[in-house]
Design a protein around this ligand. Structure first.
Ligand SMILES: [Zn+2]
Length: 85
C-alpha cells in the first residue's frame, strides 16, 4: 500500500514538473496571446483590459495589421503616382 501511494506521489510530481516546464517554455507565446488588446476589443471586453499590462500583439493581429498597413501604403503610392501625372 505504501508503494502504491509512493508511486502515485512520484507520478503527480513528474506531472507537475512537466506542466511547469511546458508553461515556462510557452510563457512568452501565452502572454502574447492573452495580452493582445485587439483580441480583447474583438471580444468586446476592452473595458476590462487591465491597464497595468503591457500590450503585445498576437500573431494573428500582427499579420492583419501588417496587411492593412501594406494596403494603405499601396493606396498612398498609387495616389501619389496619380497626382504626379
Ligand atoms: Zn489578437
Amino acid at each position: 500500500m505504501i508503494m502504491v501511494s509512493l508511486w502515485a506521489i512520484l507520478f503527480l510530481l513528474v506531472m507537475c514538473g512537466q506542466s511547469a516546464l511546458l508553461v515556462w517554455y510557452a510563457w512568452p507565446a501565452i502572454r502574447r496571446m492573452v495580452h493582445c488588446p485587439w483580441c480583447w476589443q474583438s471580444c468586446h471586453v476592452m473595458k476590462h483590459y487591465p491597464p497595468r499590462w503591457s500590450s503585445t500583439m498576437c500573431p494573428y493581429h500582427a499579420h492583419r495589421i501588417q496587411a492593412q498597413l501594406a494596403l494603405k501604403r499601396a493606396q498612398r503610392l498609387s495616389h501619389a503616382c496619380e497626382v504626379a501625372r
